[in-house]
Design a binder for this molecule. Structure first.
Ligand code: ADP
Ligand code: ZN
Ligand code: ZN
Length: 604
């Protein structure tokens, strides 16, 4: 699915033109294809600046020693043979295997078979900065044949990489989301690693789902495509059930590692300090004594989630959002995680002047502080957006973790991705509950994927792993199912719910979002949209809303939503095109920012 933030771009005709060109190309776009648009460079820069267009070429920073392939196990061999058998034609595959089951090794082997045929491979990955290990392994195997596209470089470097892809010098292109558009002279294979990842869906402006684009592109180019994941999205699993996608399974962990043992800790009535229960503490102690490495996962950065006045109960809130400010104690500031606004930490209550201000709620910083107190000799390393801000900070952090200088790693979801940290033997999930009762229709799916991915961090090397999962809701049906029957069990239960509620993959959604500085305008605009939609006389599409966004005010704007739902994608499309046109003429259109998100990944 793809969609456009028409309103935003209609005020910048050149950017609109460039974006349109990208969209129309719907795949490979040669670098000189923009030359006829006057001022395309500035437009592209502006789009890049806004985050609408992201990609750059990465120069090799340090040479990587070539590596020898493993001899594949039977499941891996079967997967490789299935895909190689399709070379030269289209078929979509789901490579479904737990973390550590050897999916990356399968990708490497596929590319090894592909290159002698003079064909090119396109490998999409969610975030290169967070998972340098995928690129490292490809470079170790294929050296200079690997070109990397990601955000953060100049136009010139990007163009150079695109040229190399277009003339075939780049045999392997690894890139994030937007690399799905890279021109390839002899495409032979497309791989989408971690296909379930949310970052494949652009969240702002020109919204396209790179995974769906990749599927379309593979079909058009007549090449096989492999979607890999330990926790495939429900959509992809449904395609597999319908046999529109062949499922290849890697049931076991490759190499010496064995699956970790998962324990649930009931948080109710427990003495908890900075999120740690006595049971988790003793597990940490045990693993440290045994020489293991420990990873603790907490989904909040900062020190505390609230600054509260003990005198009057005042809570520090963002002036531009319906949100509380997070306390960052290291740099003594309060910051809003929604609009980015920051201010110094006050020493008195701004309401009553009381000096007794307390920190409530916990984040990575507080957990780090507590662990340093409890385990002073272990060395605690924190991974979050604050601690990994610099250019090479993430790389350096990972290196320090791998070298074992730190025995305890504390991190947000950025640590849940595909890092290979072989010494980790214990993973603790401080609180699994956020996802279970989230407002978004996909909250539970995301949380389950996260739990499985995080659990996948344990026991990757020769040492067996353990996972401790803390929750206030040990009886939650989806969580219980997840722990009892793994991700497959969760999927079964979740698909049943989705079917009953007629939600994707059993229906198609589009989300019309509107925001304005005046509180009543988004509602008026969406009300108007409803009227227009009904007047268009397209049947088979439900209109749900308008309803306020979960956080009504963000960055000074009031936000509301209208959800469009249909069993038939065709019906939905038949409504959307004329609706978009009519909305541009709506009398409220000038006073709102609006966008239509087809196949929205988030519905809040
Ligand atoms: P995934 O991508 O599914 O997480 P990897 O390909 O990273 O899995 O494999 C996990 C670990 O097992 C890696 O250290 C890898 O080198 C090793 N490995 C993969 N395949 C094999 C194999 N056939 N024999 C031995 N070790 C393997
Ligand atoms: Zn006060
Ligand atoms: Zn804010």
């Amino acid at each position: 699915g793809k969609s456009v933030d028409l309103n935003d771009l209609s005020r910048a005709p050149r950017q609109y033109q460039v974006m349109q060109r990208l969209r129309d190309a719907n795949g490979p776009l040669p670098p000189d294809a923009l030359n006829d648009i006057t001022g395309w460079r500035a437009a592209l820069r502006a789009l890049t600046h806004k985050g609408y267009v992201v990609q750059r070429a990465l120069k090799p920073e340090h040479p990587v020693a070539p590596s020898k392939p493993h001899s594949l196990n039977p499941a891996q061999r079967k997967a490789v043979a299935a895909v190689c058998g399709i070379f030269g034609g289209y078929r979509a595959f789901l490579l479904d295997g737990v973390t550590g089951s050897g999916k990356t090794e399968v990708y490497l082997s596929l590319v090894e078979h592909l290159i002698p045929k003079g064909l090119q491979a396109l490998v999409l990955t969610p975030e290169i900065g967070l998972t340098p290990q995928l690129v490292r392994r490809f470079k170790a195997r294929f050296g200079d044949a690997v070109y990397v596209l990601h955000s953060g470089l100049s136009d010139g470097e990007r163009v150079a990489a695109w040229l190399a892809a277009r003339d075939g010098r780049a045999q392997i292109v690894i890139g994030t989301r937007s690399a799905v558009f890279v021109p390839l002279i002899r495409p032979g294979l497309i791989i989408v690693d971690e296909e379930h990842d949310l970052s494949y869906k652009q969240q702002d402006g020109f919204r396209y789902a790179a995974r769906d684009m990749a599927l379309m592109r593979a079909k058009r180019a007549g090449v096989p495509i492999v979607l890999g994941s330990a926790t495939p999205s429900l959509e992809t699993l449904q395609l597999a059930r319908q046999k529109r996608l062949s499922r290849l399974q890697l049931p076991d962990r490759a190499g010496p590692a064995v699956a970790p043992c998962v324990h649930m800790i009931d948080l109710r009535g427990q003495p908890v300090n900075a999120g740690l229960t006595p049971a988790l503490n003793s597990a940490i102690k045990r693993h440290l004594l045994a020489g293991g490495q420990v990873l603790l996962f907490i989904n909040r950065r900062g020190y505390a989630t609230r600054l509260v006045c003990h005198g009057c109960g005042w809570i520090a809130e963002c002036s531009r959002c319906d949100a509380r400010l997070t306390v960052h104690r290291k740099d003594e500031r309060l910051s809003c995680h929604h609009c980015g606004q920051a201010q110094p930490l006050p020493d008195r209550c701004t309401d009553c002047g009381h000096a007794d201000l307390r920190f409530l709620g916990k984040g990575t910083e507080r957990l780090e502080e507590r662990l340093n107190k409890l385990f002073p000799d272990a060395g605690v390393l924190r991974f979050d957006r604050d601690s990994t801000r610099g250019k090479h900070a993430m790389d350096n952090h990972l290196k320090a973790a791998r070298e074992g200088r730190y025995r305890i790693l504390v991190g947000t979801q950025m640590l849940a991705k595909g890092h290979d940290l072989p010494d980790i033997t214990l993973v603790g999930i401080i609180n699994a509950d956020q996802g279970l009762y989230g407002v978004d229709i996909r909250s539970a799916e995301r949380m389950s994927q996260l739990i499985i991915q995080v659990a996948g961090r344990a026991g990757r090397g020769h040492k067996p792993g353990e996972v401790y999962l803390q929750t206030y809701h040990p009886d939650h049906p989806l969580l219980a199912r997840l722990l009892k029957d793994g991700y497959a069990g969760f999927v079964q239960a979740a698909l049943k719910e989705r079917r009953i509620e007629s939600l994707p993959p059993f229906s198609h959604l589009a989300l019309l979002r509107a925001e304005a500085t005046k509180a009543t305008v988004p509602d008026q605009f969406l009300g108007d949209a409803c009227k227009i939609a009904r007047g268009l006389g397209v049947s088979g599409v439900d209109l749900i809303g308008p309803f306020p966004a979960a956080m009504v005010r963000r960055a000074g704007r009031y936000r509301a939503l209208l959800l469009l739902r249909s069993k038939s994608r065709r019906c939905l499309q038949a409504l959307l095109s004329p609706l978009v046109e009519a909305l541009q003429a709506s009398k409220y259109a000038r006073r709102v920012r609006w966008s239509i998100d087809v196949d929205p990944q988030e519905t809040v």
